[in-house]
Write a protein that binds this ligand. Structure first.
Ligand SMILES: Nc1ncnc2c1ncn2[C@@H]1O[C@H](COP(=O)(O)OP(=O)(O)OP(=O)(O)O)[C@@H](O)[C@H]1O
Ligand code: SF4
Ligand SMILES: [Mg+2]
Length: 485
């Protein structure tokens, strides 16, 4: 049996309407029947475009959102059926590194307080002295100085904050860590360092990861197995090398075709599959194969009426397409869309509206960043560089860079969940409420911000402000990631 097994997991968010009485008028089918297995000590990479349900799936594993249907079995125990208190105990073994490193750290708690919180909740360490020693050891592992203990999240760079998020997960000695876009909010130069750190920690501590990313290069680099999601479902899953060598699902083929190849000869001949149409709303997914509205190989029979199951096509390669074999053999030709030379003049490899382009643009960045980072002993290099860097200048620069993509992503969401009653706000509120709970919990003793922390640059402080304001009026969230998970 695998360490983590998901079977038919569905998460459907109700769409409510009505002034006096809330009526459920539909659902956002954020996750709609995902089954996968993660082996102990391995990394499962989950990719897919924005809004396809990656984060929701990760959160459902930790029961941070309610599972509508299906089972999540960790080491033989079905988490979906566990009562609240038992589930809380299980969370020590299952941790999450959140998508937004700044938003997931309570700005009013110092690092010692943030990292101690989960340890106290799970009864780790007999007193604060013992906990502090353990935290110092973990900070050292993730490449942060021990004087970080007394500092606050805003005093760190984006890469350092992501390391704090990783340290927060590690202090609880989990078996599985779900890393949600662990590097997408980071500078290119820091991305490879964090990825390398995750790999080193895995080797040293025998960790099992689920790594969620937009970025095909990030997951390729780190994953043993990769799952590709489209509109709430897995459309393809395969060992990493097999998926990159021969993608079999039309959606994966389109994603891969947009990734630039470092070899100039291959790159000159690369063909790109251009998809037509927009990503459908998860509140109103297409019938049959969810991809049929955009699939370049869609057939008149079956595609619009019969939902393909994920089936094994050999070598552990699973594909949800009725015609995978015929497409691979060339028996079927394109019915729509276009195959063009990727290097053709006028083909933009990163048009904002084009689905696969978001992924290759980032892929190119990471592949360029990988080489220098590896040869330079990333952890130490970053540690010393960051230790020397003036905090103010670093913070202003990083806060600005790290904040932008997150905000842009959030802003996109209402359009995707069109028809839903403000799903994006609901999500923000839930995340903010998680922050709020931490604030409440952190208030006594360490919660107060010392005077010296207030000398932070105005820009960085200002960027934190909306998140705090949201937290104050947010509804109660199902769980709090920072302390309970
Ligand atoms: N609490 C919620 N209530 C209603 N809809 C939600 C909620 N959380 C997420 N959704 C919707 O579910 C869908 C999947 O969202 P999710 O955040 O899981 O996507 P994602 O793949 O992680 O996207 P991204 O790459 O942008 O982070 C989106 O359409 C989103 O609007
Ligand atoms: S089942 Fe049909 S629409 Fe779906 S991916 Fe395969 S060919 Fe395309
Ligand atoms: Mg996400």
């Amino acid at each position: 049996m695998s360490l983590l097994e998901l079977d038919g997991v569905k998460v459907h968010f109700p769409i409510k309407k009505g002034l006096l009485f809330d009526r459920t008028v539909g659902h956002v089918y954020a996750v709609d029947g995902v089954s996968l297995k993660v082996e102990a000590g391995e990394t499962y990479g989950l990719v897919g475009e924005s809004g396809c349900g990656k984060t929701t799936l990760g959160r459902s594993v930790l029961r941070l959102v309610d599972i509508t249907e299906g089972s999540v079995v960790l080491d033989g125990t079905d988490l979906a059926k566990l009562p609240g208190e038992e589930m809380r105990r299980f969370r020590r073994r299952l941790q999450m590194v959140f998508q937004d490193p700044l938003g997931s750290l309570n700005p009013r708690q110092n690092i010692e307080s943030i990292l101690s919180e989960g340890m106290i909740a799970h009864g780790i360490g007999k007193d604060q002295e013992e906990r502090r020693e353990k935290i110092k050891a973990i900070l050292d592992k993730v490449g942060l100085p021990s004087n970080a203990l007394a500092r606050y999240p805003h005093e760190f760079s984006g890469g350092q904050r992501q390391r704090i998020g990783i340290a927060r997960a590690l202090v609880l000695e989990p078996d599985v860590i779900i890393c949600d876009e662990p590097v997408s909010a980071l500078d290119v130069s820091v991305q490879a360092q964090v990825i390398n750190l995750l790999e080193e920690l895995q080797e040293e501590l025998g960790l099992t990861y689920v790594v969620i990313a937009h970025d095909l290069a990030v997951v390729r680099h780190i994953s043993d197995t990769i799952g590709v999601m489209y509109l709430g479902s897995l459309v393809e899953e395969a060992p990493s090398d097999a998926l990159y060598a021969e993608p079999k699902h039309p959606y994966t083929k389109a994603l891969m075709s947009a990734v630039p190849v470092p070899d100039p000869e291959v790159e000159d001949k690369r063909e790109r599959i251009l998809l037509t149409g927009d990503l459908p709303s998860p509140a109103n997914p297409p019938t049959g194969c969810r991809f049929h509205t955009r699939c370049p190989w869609a057939q008149a029979e079956r595609c619009a009426t019969e939902r393909p199951q994920l089936r094994d096509v050999g070598g552990g390669h699973r594909v949800a397409c009725h015609y995978a074999e015929d497409i691979a053999s060339g028996k079927l030709t394109l019915t729509k869309g276009e195959v063009v030379s990727a290097t053709r003049e006028g083909v933009d490899d990163n048009p904002e509206t084009d689905t696969p382009a978001k992924i290759p643009a980032q892929a190119e960045k990471i592949s360029k960043a990988e080489k220098p980072a590896k040869t330079e002993k990333p952890a130490e290099a970053e540690k010393s560089a960051q230790a020397e860097k003036p905090v103010k200048a670093e913070k202003a620069e990083k806060a600005e860079k790290a904040e932008k993509p997150v905000k842009a992503e959030k802003a996109e969401k209402p359009a995707k969940a069109e028809g839903a009653e403000k799903p994006a706000e609901a999500e923000k509120a839930a995340e903010a409420a998680e922050g709020e709970k931490s604030v409440e919990a952190g208030k006594p003793a360490q919660a107060e911000k010392p005077a010296e922390a207030d000398d932070a640059p105005a820009e960085a402080e200002a960027s934190d402000a909306p998140a705090e304001a949201e937290a104050s009026d947010a509804p109660e969230a199902s769980e709090e990631p920072g302390k309970a998970v």
